[in-house]
Design a protein around this ligand. Sequence first.
Ligand code: SMG
Ligand code: MG
Length: 370
Amino acid sequence: MRLRGVELRRVRMPLVGRFETSFGAEDDRDVLLVRVDTDDGDGWGECVAPNDPLYSAEYADGAQLVLERHLLPRVLALPDVTAEAAVAAMDEVKGHPMAKAALEMALLDAELRARGISLAEHLGADRDRVPCGVSVGIQPDVDTLLRSVEGYLEQGYVRVKLKIAPGWDTEPVRAVRERFGEQLLLQVDANCGYRPDDVPRLLELDEAGLLLVEQPFPEDDLQTHVELARRARTPVCLDETITSASVARHAIAVGACSIINIKSGRVGGLLESRRIHDLCAEAGVPVWCGGMLETGIGRAANVALAALPNCTLPGDTSASSRYWERDLITEPFELQDGMLPVPTGGGLGVEVDAERLAEVTTATTWCPAG
Ligand code: SMG
Ligand code: MG
């Protein structure tokens, strides 16, 4: 495939409601989209780097800069571009997995679209629809939380994840468990918000019968995750810590987690996600697909990933309406009996509407080959 150039596009879309986690709150998304222009046609990718470097070190402005200055020049210089060749060319640049993943996604989309193969099929998915969970941010009070959870359950979500932080943990979790009963699939996500001294506090969550506790401690603190995993009945799941297949292998080997959340942006791409999926399957570690408040482009990739055989837990692959009044970028993903259909068209299998996209575009940069 010959790459003629790459367009970096910024779009701003307000979220339907504030999304608050242990590290901050977001009211809108300033998304970086990548369009590759190839002699085989276009491909789209979404960079999941948030507006600010609070989830991890990456953020949208930084991702754009590293793409413009360091990643695109390497990939645009390749005579024959494939997603795999691009990943290899970008490898000497340290870090910046979300920027790399966005370009890989766009190239995979172009490549697979031209061949008429869906991303799900290419990755080895074995399902045509996936069960969906919803991630519920920190709320001003427990009553508001209960109303919010009730609304999502009415829409059909099959699993609820509550964001927790010191001071917003055992009480809201207990209230949700009491109100919605034992059968509710419930889990929590601390986004690195706790410290080693908090282990006893986190052990109190055992009484709530949770599916898992996600990333309680900072991403580089494997040891405290090991300690909690040894002492708690609740399975420990890692998100921020897992930045590659080799980190995943290590975390599993030392007993820091028994479940892994896969996000293609966090691990540098869909091909690395597939490797993590496979090594977890071999180790008997279930995985699920996380989310980063994606538009329809990134959501399409997530839903394909969520359809892999070892994604045995419902993911944070919610319907478009959970995030946006209207997803102006692609057709919306709509929940059907708590499930989302896996796109079957070539590549990501979603169409970008150029006119509607223009309505939300705030800046466009064209990076030509040669
Ligand atoms: O896409 O529904 C979604 C959000 C899921 O909770 C979610 N993501 O740590 O798993 C996580 C958070 C990170 C969001 S930061 C933008
Ligand atoms: Mg998480």
